[in-house]
Design a protein around this ligand. Sequence first.
Ligand SMILES: NC(=O)c1ccc[n+]([C@@H]2O[C@H](COP(=O)([O-])OP(=O)(O)OC[C@H]3O[C@@H](n4cnc5c(N)ncnc54)[C@H](O)[C@@H]3O)[C@@H](O)[C@H]2O)c1
Length: 342
Amino acid sequence: MEKKLQVANIGMKFGMSHVEGALNYPGAEVAIICDCDEENLRFAGERYNIPEEKWVTDYMDIVNNPDIDVVSVAIPDQQHKQVCCDLLRAGKHVLCEKPLALTREDIAEIVKAAEESNAKFMVGQICRFTPAFEKAKEIIESGTIGELYFVESEYAHDYIHIVENKDGSAHWRADPKRHGVVGGGCHAVDLLRWLAGDPIEVFAYGTHKLLPTVSYDDATIAIMKFDDNLAGKVFVSTGCKRDYTMRTVIYGTKGTIICDNTSPTMTLFTVDENGDTQDPQTIEIELNNHNAVKEFEVFADEILNDKPVATSAIEGAKTVEVCLAIVESAETGKIVKPNYNF
Ligand SMILES: NC(=O)c1ccc[n+]([C@@H]2O[C@H](COP(=O)([O-])OP(=O)(O)OC[C@H]3O[C@@H](n4cnc5c(N)ncnc54)[C@H](O)[C@@H]3O)[C@@H](O)[C@H]2O)c1
């Protein structure tokens, strides 16, 4: 029997979904879980029946452990660069949460460390594993809706309770560098990049009415120009008074897709041979907006079969670059061209 991939997971809040991803994969074993907060570590360890000898509070114990093959990193975005670079330099395969990092300097450093390493690096752009968005991609690639001419996606998620610590101190999500467009809006930006390619210009406006404890805009609307006669729009609201959604509409010359990561159906409009719009089709779809199981399966397959990683460091870097261009445009009132040279 082949040796199972030995997995370590760092960060035991959202990172518990990565533990579940590894636990669900028959060819992997959770060898270490790590959190610098002992309470969070204990909670996760007990929840998943992971024995106490596998718990560590210092991620360097993972960096220095030669038995560990794969590591997931789900800690505050500001720390991604240091931890990912340490792990890559120690030869570990790394699955890092989105956004890859928060600054152009940090994303460039991770890209460089990933290029210099023999290990694989994946950024956790989870929307690429969301059933509705996978189906949308499949429909686009089948040619059913013709050529795309406009794509839009929104990230609407109320952060009111997650931008302040219980003791009133500043939360890492309130750091101005962790602008909502980069932190959460990266999901919508990445989705459009995956479906439609890389924007060449962006222009944005922002407003700030809902999150009093942050200094950055809590709503931003960005329009973008892609190559090839295609335009796009991203709306990000991190203070919205509604349920979480990533409503997405994809317009093609022969049809339209309306989908979401929080609804069990999607809608497809197509045309008949005369070009007339048909009655819409309702497609039932599995609801799974954080498909960490599929994400880990894909990464394990890329590692075990030495395939290129689809959501590579460069992909994560390009997504953050577009987000930073949006923030810059909203601040300066100017069109910004993302720079994809890392
Ligand atoms: N894909 C998604 O939709 C999604 C959703 C939520 C969060 N995230 C991302 O996941 C990451 C973590 O977010 P979160 O919501 O879990 O944050 P959180 O602040 O709720 O939890 C972070 C955890 O990491 C621990 N930690 C912090 N620094 C550490 C270190 N150096 N070593 C070990 N443990 C450390 C903390 O004690 C805490 O338990 C972020 O990058 C965030 O952007 C992604």
